[in-house]
Design a protein around this ligand. Sequence first.
Ligand code: OGA
Ligand code: ZN
Length: 366
Amino acid sequence: MKIELQNKKVFIKNQGLKKEIHPFWFRERVNGNDYIDKTTQQRLFDPTKLERNIKIDFLNLSKDFLEVTFDDGAYTKLAIQNILKEFQNIDDLEYIEKVQWDSSFNKSNNFRFTENFSEKEEMYKALINFYKYGFVIFNNVPTQNNYIINFANSIGSIRRTNFGEFFNVKSKPNPNDLAYTSLALAPHTDNPYRKPVPCIQMLHCIENKVNGGLSTLVDGFTVTEKLKKDFPNYYKILTEVKVRFQFIDQTVVLEDWSEIIKLNEKGKFKQVRFSPRLDFVPGMEIDKLEIYYTAREKISELYSSENYKLQFKLEPGDLLMIDNYRLLHGRTSYNANEGERFLQGCYIDYDSTEGKLNHLRRKFNL
Ligand code: OGA
Ligand code: ZN
């Protein structure tokens, strides 16, 4: 893609095709101090009130910038890179390529927490890793006073759920979720019955004095691609049939319908929802149900397979941040009589985390 000028007009050239860019598109982007508020970066003019038939008086194209002067006197200087990016319709995060991983994952993906961490360049690196791998681990995060709330809010905004602003994961009497027992939890995603499903999960280890209770992670993206390649008919049915996810508590019944593997508008992997404790397959013809059950069994087998699973022990101060749309997590069983195992968890939204990433990129000129 490149920019070309001809007769006071700007063209974008892409794979041999040359198309004019609307002059008004540039006029909307006029960015001097008279047009954009310095502090908020918001427009001081209303483009819907401008003369639409605006003309370009003067153009200057250099290697990195395009300067445009309009017949109403407005002038702007725009980075070519930004113009091209907007025409590619790619948002920033698509530049961070998702890296598929399996049990052989051996990248360093731990970051040592220090004071004011969310404003440091290290946080930028951690968030990049999060978007690449779907998880990241912070070490040495203070374990006092529900610190997870401070930590979560320093990155994004907390998504409150029916379990509260944050929740305590420990074995307790009369649990309202199997997470609050010492049973093993097979790989699952959290809250598949919510609309929308909480995006990012944090699990902060406060104490872990048991031998079992190991944390497990699986890359749902890797497993989806494997299924697509080796078992296309299973992939097809799991991406087509919507199942009902349900959670029942004393004061609430939550439900949502979704495919186990959700694809985006381009037919690419977008989200996995998997929790065999909470899903209800709809009534369908016997043959279709037969295929569906076989497909679900296969994907469950892949999620639980040693080929894809990471297994590790969280130590006090470790905080695991997981993409709940991409990864599955779980734990091995433990014996609650051996000592205390106590994690605190919460969820945050994607967009605020993206916002933090973009802010740090701007701040450190990355
Ligand atoms: C959960 C969960 C894992 C663990 O609370 O959602 O999966 O390690 N917990 O206890
Ligand atoms: Zn969980």
